[in-house]
Design a protein around this ligand. Structure first.
Ligand SMILES: Cc1cc2nc3c(=O)[nH]c(=O)nc-3n(C[C@H](O)[C@H](O)[C@H](O)COP(=O)(O)O)c2cc1C
Length: 267
């Protein structure tokens, strides 16, 4: 039995989840941006996994486009994992519909809670809470991999209805006000700590940053993954004024080298 695991990750949590699963089931790990220059994506693997963060209770645009490229899914076991900071909402339904449109079936969908990275909305969690979530994830890896390796179906994790109801109004409001538009990057800027190292351009998984005279310039096809802001070694990138005093965060088990491997067109 062969397996391939496609992932998208801004700050490393979906990467860690994908890597832990791939290592346990012996799957090939593939960064979604690296295959986006293909017209279609076909795999010979029997098992296909997709791991993604959740943005505004939806899939990142790039993950939806990637699924639109998949072909010949009908005979495969497909599973999905979304990482969340709090509320998944309908993201697994969206994933399932997208797979259906490609002729496949989402056999199982899992929601994995991780420390939230949305520095534009809230500060990073205290480290002891982050560690607790990482431990919980480590305890869950085998549950998911056993389910997948047994080829079981019918499991679709759900967010609490009450929590979804409470938060969806605000989240949908932000979505419809354009907080997730590709031009949201007009709100990024650098303060005087920027030393022109160019790491922001290198870690952007969708090549949305170019450096002009050493200054980052955002190109308006932003996924809002926050990789640039969270990986800047000088903490010099800001989003509006709200990030000036907030702590930066990325997964401790992910280094810069891991981030650089996952960019667009490096297939
Ligand atoms: C723009 C944006 C929107 C987000 N929206 C949600 C959301 O609606 N619900 C949620 O639970 N987490 C949300 N998050 C948190 C991420 O889904 C979560 O932190 C995820 O684990 C990040 O994965 P990564 O480290 O692989 O990028 C959002 C994060 C960002 C950057």
């Amino acid at each position: 039995m062969t397996a391939e695991l496609y992932y998208f990750s801004g700050t490393g949590k979906s990467l860690v989840v994908a890597r832990d699963i791939a290592n346990t089931i012996g799957a090939k790990l593939i960064s979604i941006p690296t295959v986006m220059n293909r017209e279609s994506v076909e795999t010979d693997a029997d098992i296909l996994g997709i791991v993604s963060p959740t943005y505004y209770m939806r899939l990142p645009r790039i993950v939806e486009s990637f699924i639109g490229k998949l072909i010949n899914l009908d005979s495969k076991y497909v599973f999905g994992i979304v990482t969340v900071g709090g509320i998944a909402g309908g993201v697994l339904d969206q994933l399932s519909d997208a797979i259906n449109r490609r002729g496949g079936i989402l056999g199982a969908g899992f929601v994995v809670r991780m420390p939230a990275n949305y520095i534009h909305d809230a500060d990073a969690l205290p480290v002891f809470l982050q560690k607790r979530m990482f431990r919980k994830w480590e305890q869950r890896v085998n549950e998911i991999t056993d389910f997948v390796l047994d080829g079981k179906t019918g499991r679709m994790d759900k967010s609490s209805r009450l929590m979804t109801l409470v938060f969806s109004h605000g989240i949908d409001g932000k979505y419809s006000r354009g907080e997730f538009s590709p031009r949201i990057d007009e709100n990024f800027w650098t303060d005087d700590r920027c030393n022109g190292c160019g790491i922001c351009a290198m870690v952007c998984p969708v090549s949305n940053i170019v450096t002009v005279d050493a200054w980052p310039v955002w190109q308006h096809h932003c996924e809002k993954c926050l990789s640039c802001i969270q990986w800047c070694p000088k903490e010099a990138i800001q989003f509006r004024k709200v990030t000036l005093k907030r702590r930066r965060y990325h997964h401790p088990k992910v280094g810069l080298a891991d981030m650089l491997k996952r960019s667009i067109g490096e297939d």
